[in-house]
Every structure is written in C-alpha cells, then in structure tokens.
Design a protein around this ligand. Structure first.
Ligand code: CAA
Length: 247
C-alpha cells in the first residue's frame, strides 16, 4: 500500500508541529499547512525535517479563505497526492471580555477556527469517499466545552466544530471515514504563554493534574484516532485536559 497523506492545518505551530512529527513517525507522508507571514519559519521547518530524513511537505494557504483552500489542496493533490488524513488544527485567539469584543475579533476567530473546517474539509472529503478510507480530526478546546471568561468568540467556534464533527461523522460512517474532535485543555504553547502570567497561574492552579499539557500528548492521541485501530471511534469528542473539565 502506498503511504497515506496527512494534511495538518497550522502545521508548523505549537501543537501542529508535534502532530506532524508524530504522523511522520507513524509512516504518513505529512503536509504542513502554513500562512504567508510564516514563510521563513515554514522553509526553515521543512529544511530541518527533511535533514532529519522525514517525508514532509509544506503547503501555503489561508484556511479562513475558501478559494485559498481550493488552490492549496489542488496543488497538494497534483504534487503529493490525495489527502486521506486531515487534521483541522489551525486556530487563533483574540481574547477579550464580550463587552469590549470588536466585530473584527469575533469574525476573525470564527473564520480561522470554524469556517476553516468547512473550507478545508470540503476539498478532501470526496477523495476520502472515493478511497473508502479517511480520518478527520478537528482540534477543538476545553473552552468549547465549558466556555471561558474572555473567549466568547473562541468558545463559540470551538463548540461549533463538534457539531460539525457529529454531523459529518454520521454522513461518512458507512464509507470508512471517521470524524472526531479532540478538546485539549491548556497546553504549553505560545498561545497559552501569551495569557498574562497572573491569569495563567490562576488557570494552572485549577488543573487537577497540576501542570500544562504537552503538545506531544495531544499528538499521541491524534496518532491513535487516525490509525486503523480506531475505526470504531467516530463522532467522538475526546477530552485531554488534565482534569480541568470532567463530565
Ligand atoms: N471569572 C470571573 N471574573 C474574572 C475572570 C474569571 N475567569 N477573569 C477575570 N475576571 C475579572 C477580574 O477579576 C477583573 O475584575 P475587576 O474588574 O473587578 O478587577 C475583570 O474580570 C477584568 O479582568 P482582567 O483584568 O483580566 O481584564 P482584561 O481586560 O485585562 O483581560 C482577558 C481580559 C484578556 C480575557 C483576561 O482575563 C484573560 O486573558 N483571560 C484568560 C482567557 C483564556 O483563558 N484564554 C485562553 C487562551 S489559550 C487557548 O485558548 C487554548 C485553549 O484552547 C485552552
């Protein structure tokens, strides 16, 4: 069997690059999506990964823009092949109390975190259906499950991802495709380190395990969900949050 191709959106970021590393180790050909301002970082990442012998590629594309996703996935298909594993991982925060939240900060977060899931998945699902096999993992958040002070935009987008997951999972379950959500808690990435230290310390104090999560811990879960062994898991939302939210 030829190697399966995995596309990871936001693939050179904190959690994304760990997912790419893990899926590469698992034997996938990995394509890491990035955006134009990250060009130099993406090229350096590609060079380092290839120097380490990895079968990786990078793909420029703005996941919040449908036409950009059409062009990006067409290029991947022509140059690498059809995508059979999609990790919708790209995400941003624009935190602020709702009374201070601008329309821009609402729209940007909904576009990058939620509309992106439509924009990218739409480009790959037909090839998964044709192959009779596919894996889609949507990277949500504990804050999509419980809400969070200062994150009305982010929590709405992240909760929306799971509604999408459950619907698409039902439509594709009989075709060899699984669709799942992962809801990480607070992971030690730049996104979390950008929270003011005193606020971050207060949040960490509420995590029963007593620490931030590690990107590799998320990547291991992705690895399992996209494996053949996980073919009976679909429409799930898997929490990985150190006990921050239990239900
Ligand atoms: N619950 C209740 N009240 C709270 C609160 C909370 N969780 N957090 C803050 N407040 C109160 C403060 O005590 C303060 O009260 P007073 O006005 O009476 O003093 C008031 O709300 C304003 O708080 P700030 O001074 O913090 O306001 P700010 O405007 O400077 O900052 C904020 C607002 C940016 C939202 C800041 O509170 C913050 O960064 N919060 C954390 C948001 C967060 O968790 N983001 C996650 C980012 S990482 C991520 O998203 C990844 C993931 O998936 C988990």
């Amino acid at each position: 069997m030829s190697k399966r191709i995995a596309l990871v959106t936001g693939g050179i970021g904190g959690i994304g690059s760990s997912i790419c590393k893990q899926l590469s180790a698992d034997g996938f050909t990995v394509v890491a999506n990035y955006i134009a301002p990250e060009e130099a970082k993406a090229q350096a990442w590609l060079a380092a990964e290839r120097a380490a012998g990895k079968d990786v590629h990078i793909a420029l594309g703005d996941v919040s823009n449908f036409e950009s996703c059409v062009a990006m996935v067409a290029k991947i298909k022509a140059e690498v092949g059809p995508v059979s594993v999609l990790i919708n991982n790209a995400g941003i925060t624009k935190d602020g109390m709702f009374k201070k939240m601008s329309l821009d900060n609402w729209s940007n977060v909904i576009n990058v975190n939620l509309n992106s899931v439509f924009n990218v998945t739409k480009q790959v699902v037909d090839d998964m259906l044709a192959a009779g096999w596919g894996r889609i993992v949507n990277m949500s958040s504990v804050n999509g499950q419980k809400g969070q002070f200062g994150q009305a935009n982010y929590a709405a987008a992240k909760a929306g991802m799971h509604g999408f997951t459950k619907s698409l999972a039902q439509e594709t379950a009989s075709k060899g495709i699984t669709v799942n959500t992962i809801s990480p808690g607070y992971i030690g990435t730049e996104m979390v380190m950008a929270i003011k230290q005193e606020v971050r310390d207060q949040i960490i104090a509420t995590i029963p395990v007593g620490r931030l999560g590690k990107p590799e811990e998320i990547a291991k879960l992705v690895s399992y969900l996209v494996s053949d062994d996980a073919s009976f898991i679909t429409g799930s939302n898997v929490s990985i949050n150190g006990g921050l939210h239990m239900f």
